[in-house]
Design a protein around this ligand. Structure first.
Ligand code: UT7
Length: 324
């Protein structure tokens, strides 16, 4: 017998304010047509003034708990991925803990930018398998609108705000690839590429929050090369091949990257969960948002193989393979 980490509930929250591509047209030298054709993004949600990352995360977590038929105090720990915390410290996860009324267990943040949720999921899985907890809330939550340079058309049209959450529960498995739950993970970082996608401020450097800077076309090339490879590596560790995959739930940064990755994995696009048109790039929130949206639509069936993959600042990238 072995311990497997099973997703037993998903939830998401998107701020009420929806901003269509056309909103940028009178502010910048850009067009709905450029944004749509180069990225696949049509609209994104922006948090209201005063609405913080923890506010979004708490709402998503409540839905996930509800869908797992659990109460808040059934949770042993919270692992939250974000690069846009409410404050430098404490961790957003502790604010979620308080918001949910939980007073026991651990709560901490993981920072791997757009790959954050994949890292957090792998991290929570390792903790469950090590016996450190039995039920962990894993959350991706971001307010990237707070770190946009609104004069930079090459970045500010790409990102949005939102949160997604999953309840990850330890269950017994046979230790084979036929088990339900997380079967394998593959995580990578390479700090040589940190300048390609970074924020130009921070606590111990400028003392400011800073703005997002990206050399988009270079990140694009790394993404196309690295995402299919990390998905293959995770599948390989799980003893599976792309032929076994029922669903690809990719980081939702750019439709062209998603299509190229699916092509490299020889997956038809009807096996790919797509939310990029409506959410834009929500960084660490994008995969749990996509998981929760597809789950709410009843698209995943028990026993199906799901592959997630993401790349972001660091560069950091990775993949988690699970059986629903
Ligand atoms: O989530 C973390 C990971 N991030 C990503 O995966 C993002 C990866 N990168 C991308 O998605 C794409 O590189 C972008 C969508 C950011 C840009 O698309 P691209 O096809 O790589 O365009 P580019 O950066 O090579 O720029 C092409 C042209 C440039 O003009 P010139 O130099 O050819 O005259 C840009 O200035 O498009 C111009 N451009 C724009 N034009 C209209 C850049 N942004 C815009 C814009 N509207 N918003």
């Amino acid at each position: 017998m072995t311990i497997r980490s099973l997703i037993t509930g998903t939830g998401h929250y998107l701020p009420e304010r929806i901003v269509e591509n056309a909103w940028f047209e009178d502010k910048l030298d850009t067009s709905d047509e450029w944004i749509r054709t180069r990225t696949g993004i049509e609209r994104r949600h922006f948090a209201a003034e005063g609405q913080t990352t923890s506010d979004l995360a708490i709402r998503a977590a409540r839905v996930a708990l509800d869908r797992a038929s659990l109460r808040a105090d059934d949770i042993d720990g919270i692992v939250l991925a974000t690069s846009t915390p409410d404050f430098t410290f404490p961790a957003v996860a502790t604010m979620v803990q308080q918001g949910l009324g939980i007073t026991r267990g651990f709560a901490y943040d993981v920072q791997a930018v757009c790959a954050g949720f994949v890292f957090a999921l792998a991290n929570a899985d390792a903790m469950l398998r090590a016996g450190l907890a039995r039920r962990i809330l894993v959350i991706g939550a971001e307010t990237f609108s707070r770190i946009m340079d609104w004069t930079d058309r090459s970045t500010c049209v790409l990102f949005g705000d939102g949160a997604g959450a999953v309840v990850l529960e330890a269950q017994e498995g046979a230790g084979t690839r036929d088990d339900r739950g997380i079967l394998a993970s593959d995580l990578n970082s390479d700090g040589r590429y940190r300048d390609l996608l970074h924020v130009d401020g921070g606590v111990s450097s400028t003392g400011t929050a800073g703005h997002l800077r990206m050399q988009g076309n270079l990140v694009f090339r790394h993404a196309v090369e690295k995402l299919a490879r990390t998905a293959h590596d995770a599948l390989d560790k799980a003893g599976l091949t792309p032929d076994d995959v029922d669903w690809l739930v990719p980081h939702q940064a750019n439709m062209r990257i998603i299509t190229a990755t699916a092509q490299k994995m020889q997956l038809p696009m009807d096996k790919v969960v797509l939310t990029v048109a409506d959410h834009g790039n929500t960084s660490a929130a994008s995969i749990p948002l996509a998981l929760a949206v597809a789950d709410a639509e009843g698209r995943f069936k028990p026993g199906q193989v799901i592959v997630t993959e993401a790349i972001g600042g660091g560069l950091s990238w990775g993949s988690v393979v699970l059986r629903w």
